[in-house]
Write a protein that binds this ligand. Structure first.
Ligand code: HEM
Length: 223
């Protein structure tokens, strides 16, 4: 086995990959949220459609898409491999195990939360990304594909809105634990800094997920 394979299949190697890809995916969420805020502008989607045209035609963004895809693949694969290893490591269960007192609910359910987010991603990419790239979509007044109309249609259905809101709650719990856990893996575990990292993680997770959840709710109730 080469040093590369050895490093990335060791527990610490896998943890590092999960931490680094997780932080990278957090940066994607910030960019994605800021871009999508154009859904709230009062121009019936002109700015939003121009933005999605830019996102699908700019060569730098297209190259970033491949890195993003790799980020998701490595994050999911390595996290899954870690949880399999952790389950397998202890064949005899502890006689007394106060896990509910020793750890948070989200830290014990990262796999479940991740699965909800994964299902959300499949539905989301099908409806937004693949329709935009490969679907037949009408054009807006500027001649751009009218993804705003697709968004409006999707978010006029209660079950679609419910799926998004529930998924954003799952994402918030996933991020609250994941954010501070990533810094811990990177060695930033200090009496002085850990509470600040936890606080930033809370604020980040809640602001980002509330921002995303506000979009379907806005369309459903106000459009
Ligand atoms: C209500 C909130 C959201 C809306 C309205 C929305 C909308 C869109 C749109 C219009 C696209 C295609 C154009 C583009 O690339 O920007 C897209 C792509 C994408 N979305 Fe979302 N999104 C939302 C939330 C999320 C969340 C929470 C995630 C991740 C957990 C996510 C992950 C992605 C990914 C991975 C892509 C494809 C990559 C890319 O080209 O940017 N989206 N989304």
């Amino acid at each position: 086995m080469s040093w590369f394979t050895k490093t990335f299949s060791s527990t610490i190697g896998r943890k590092l990959v999960v931490a680094l890809t997780g932080l990278f995916l957090c940066s994607f969420l910030v960019v994605h949220l800021i871009g999508n805020l154009q859904l709230f502008s009062a121009d019936e989607g002109i700015a939003f459609n121009a933005y999605t045209y830019f996102m699908t035609h700019n060569p730098v963004i297209r190259a970033m898409e491949i890195i993003l895809l790799l980020g998701f693949v490595f994050h999911i694969y390595e996290a899954y491999a870690l949880s399999r290893r952790n389950q397998g490591a202890r064949s005899v269960k502890y006689a007394v195990n106060h896990l509910d007192q020793n750890s948070s609910w989200s830290s014990r359910n990262m796999g479940l939360l991740g699965t909800v987010i994964f299902i959300f991603l499949l539905v989301h990419l099908y409806n937004f990304y693949f329709k935009l790239k490969f679907g037949e979509i009408g054009l807006d007044a500027q001649g751009n594909k009218n993804l705003y109309a697709i968004t409006e249609e999707a978010f006029s259905q209660w079950w679609y809105v419910a799926l998004y809101v529930i998924s954003m709650v799952a994402l918030a719990f996933h991020l609250i634990h994941g954010f501070q856990s990533a810094f811990q893996t990177l060695g930033l575990n200090h009496k002085k800094y850990t509470p600040a990292i936890k606080a930033v993680g809370y604020v980040f997770s809640i602001v980002v997920c509330a921002g995303f959840a506000a979009m379907p709710l806005y369309f459903f109730f106000f459009k």
